[in-house]
Ligand binder design. Structure first.
Ligand code: KG4
Ligand code: ZN
Length: 385
C-alpha cells in the first residue's frame, strides 16, 4: 500500500478546511462523504457515510444483498457462485445506495472498497467497481482491509477513543487486538486453528442446522439447556490469550452421537454457545491483563465481526467489561455482520488522515492487520489523547 500524506494549505493547522491530498486531489475535511463497497464473502454490500462539521457523522445508505439462497443448497459459501452473484448485483446496489442517500457521485469525497482479506474472486469485483468509479469521477480511492473495517465500526457508532481492546470474531478470524490508532493494531492473541465463526458454522452443519450456521445455531440454542452437554473449553486458563476451536466440533459429534432429536440439537447448540462464550470471556480477561502489563488502559472493550451479533456472547462480554470497570461497546447487529457502511467509515477514517491508494492496488486473499500503514500518532492527536 502506498499513502500520500496531506500538504496543508496555509500551515500545519488541523482546522484548515481544504488540504492537498496529492498532486491530483484536494480534500474538504469539514464535509466528507464516502461510498463503501464490500464483496469479500457472501454479502454484496454498499454503504454511504458522511462526517460533517455541522451535522456530525451519519449513515446515509446501507444496502446489503445476501446470497443465502444461492449458497444454502451447498451448506456453505461457494466462492465461484459468490463472485458471480457480486458481479450481478453490485452496480444496482450502488444505484440504490445513491438514491437512498439522495446524492450523486458528484457529492462524494472518495470511494472505498474492501481489497482483502477474503474470497479473491469476490474481493476483485468490489475493488474493480470502486476503482472504476474513482477513475471515472476523479475521486481518491481507499483500499480497505476488511478486518480494519470491522475494527473501526465502533468509532462510527459510539465514537470510541483510541486505544481500545478489540475482540474481532468473524467467519475467518478470531483475534484480540489493541487498537492504538487507524492502521495501528497490536495483536495480543489469535486462533491457532479454526476461527470462532467457522466453529459455529461447522457445528451447525453437524447438527443439521444448515447455512448460515451462526444465526441458525443461536436460534436453536434458545430452546436448549446450556448445561446439557459437558464440552471441553480449549485454552481456558492458559497464559496468553490465544484461542483454539478445532477440537470442539469433534467433541460435539461424540457428545450427540447420531441422536439428532430436536431437543438434543437444541441442548447441543445451547451447550456449544455457552462454552464458546466461556472461552471468549476467559481469553479477553487475559488480554486486559496483558494491556495492563503494557501500561495501557483501554477506553473500552469493543466486540466486532459477524459473531458479535450473538446475544449470549454480547451479554457475557458486557458483564466482563463491567467487572473490569470499562465500557463495553457492541455495534448494532446489522453493522457487526458484513456491510458496506463499515467499509465506507474505514475509508473515511483513512482519507481524513491522507491515506489513499493507487488504482493499481492489488486485491489480497490474505492481508493481516499488522501489515497496514499505521498513523497512531496522528490518530492520537485527533482524539485529544
Ligand atoms: O464478519 P462476517 O459477517 O463475515 C466474515 O468476515 O467472516 O462473519 C460471519 C460469521 C459466520 O461464521 C457466521 O456464522 C457468524 O459470523 N455469525 C454468528 C451470528 N451471526 C453471524 N455466529 C454466532 N451467532 C450469530 N448470531
Ligand atoms: Zn466480516
Amino acid at each position: 500500500m502506498t499513502c500520500s500524506f496531506w500538504q496543508f494549505e496555509g500551515g500545519q493547522d488541523f482546522l484548515v478546511k481544504r488540504h492537498r491530498l496529492s498532486s491530483e486531489f484536494w480534500l474538504d475535511t469539514i464535509r466528507m462523504m464516502i461510498l463503501g463497497l464490500e464483496t469479500s464473502c457472501d454479502e454484496t454490500a454498499v454503504g454511504i457515510v458522511n462526517d460533517n462539521a455541522d451535522t456530525g457523522r451519519r449513515i446515509l445508505a446501507n444496502r446489503v444483498a445476501s446470497q443465502i439462497v444461492e449458497h444454502r443448497p451447498y451448506g456453505g459459501v461457494v466462492p465461484e457462485i459468490a463472485a458471480r452473484a457480486h458481479l450481478e448485483r453490485i452496480d444496482d446496489l450502488v444505484r440504490q445506495a445513491l438514491a437512498e442517500a439522495g446524492i450523486t457521485f458528484a457529492d462524494l469525497s472518495g470511494v472505498a472498497a474492501t481489497c482483502g482479506p477474503g474470497l479473491i474472486g469476490g474481493v476483485m469485483v468490489g475493488a474493480m467497481t470502486g476503482k472504476a468509479i474513482a477513475a471515472a469521477r476523479r475521486l481518491p480511492f481507499i483500499a480497505v482491509n476488511h478486518l480494519e473495517a470491522h475494527a473501526l465500526t465502533a468509532r462510527l457508532t459510539h465514537d470510541v477513543a483510541f486505544p481500545y481492546l478489540l475482540l474481532l470474531v468473524s467467519g475467518g478470524h478470531c483475534q484480540l487486538l489493541l487498537v492504538r490508532g487507524v492502521g495501528a493494531y497490536q495483536r495480543l492473541g489469535t486462533t491457532m486453528d479454526d476461527a470462532v465463526g467457522e466453529c459455529f458454522d461447522k457445528c451447525a452443519k453437524l447438527l443439521g442446522l444448515g447455512y448460515p450456521g451462526g444465526p441458525n445455531l443461536e436460534r436453536a440454542a434458545e430452546k436448549g439447556d446450556p448445561k446439557a452437554f459437558d464440552l471441553p473449553r480449549p485454552m481456558l486458563g492458559r497464559p496468553g490469550c490465544d484461542f483454539s476451536f478445532s477440537g470442539l466440533k469433534t467433541a460435539l459429534r461424540l457428545a450427540v452421537a447420531d441422536r439428532l432429536t430436536p431437543q438434543i440439537v437444541a441442548n447441543a447448540a445451547a451447550s456449544l454457545q455457552s462454552v464458546i462464550a466461556d472461552i471468549l470471556v476467559d481469553r479477553t480477561d487475559r488480554a486486559f491483563g496483558m494491556a495492563r502489563a503494557m501500561n495501557v488502559t483501554p477506553s473500552a472493550l469493543v466486540v466486532a465481526g459477524g459473531v458479535a451479533a450473538n446475544q449470549t456472547i454480547r451479554a457475557r462480554l458486557d458483564a466482563l467489561a463491567n467487572r473490569a470497570g470499562i465500557p463495553f461497546v457492541a455495534p448494532p447487529v446489522a453493522l457487526c455482520t458484513d456491510n458496506g457502511v463499515m467499509v465506507a467509515w474505514a475509508g473515511l477514517e483513512r482519507l481524513r488522515l491522507g491515506l489513499t491508494d493507487p488504482l493499481d492496488t492489488a486485491s489480497l486473499p490474505r492481508w493481516p492487520l499488522d501489515m497496514l500503514t499505521g498513523v497512531e500518532a496522528v490518530s492520537g492527536i485527533q482524539d485529544g489523547t
